[in-house]
Design a protein around this ligand. Structure first.
Ligand code: FES
Length: 122
């Protein structure tokens, strides 16, 4: 049996990382690192919910985009966006995970409420 090459992947903004065998998708690597990436299609390049940004220098550490990913992402590929369910690790990588839209909305409301309280105190 051939030994599997293992590479580190780091997720931003949390800084959590995992060492995963090459060939594992970013989505599976995220689960191993304890990072939640939302999905709806079960990893079939159908929902686009698993978009992540590949940090500088990490693009060559991933498998090239396949037909389904190219079709779904189009020009976003040029901006360093990949589908976590499709991109497979082939070396050390750093990936930014966008904030969950629901969490972002809740955080914004809490910040607005806190600001309103501070304004009333002054
Ligand atoms: S999980 Fe749906 S597109 Fe990746």
């Amino acid at each position: 049996m051939k030994p599997q090459h293992v590479s580190p992947i780091t997720f931003l903004p949390s800084g959590k990382s995992a060492n995963v065998p090459n060939g594992v998708t970013i989505l599976d690597a995220a689960r191993r690192a304890g990072i939640h990436i939302a999905t709806r299609c079960g990893g079939k390049a159908g929902c686009l919910m698993c978009k992540v940004h590949i940090e500088d220098g990490s693009a060559s550490s991933l498998s090239p985009p396949g037909e389904a990913e190219r079709r779904k992402l189009g020009g976003l590929l040029d901006d360093g966006i990949r589908l976590a369910c499709q991109a497979k690790l082939a070396g050390e990588a750093v990936v930014s995970v966008p904030e969950d839209p629901l969490k972002a909305a809740i955080r914004k409301r809490l910040e607005e409420a806190k600001k309103g309280e501070e304004d009333r105190l002054w």
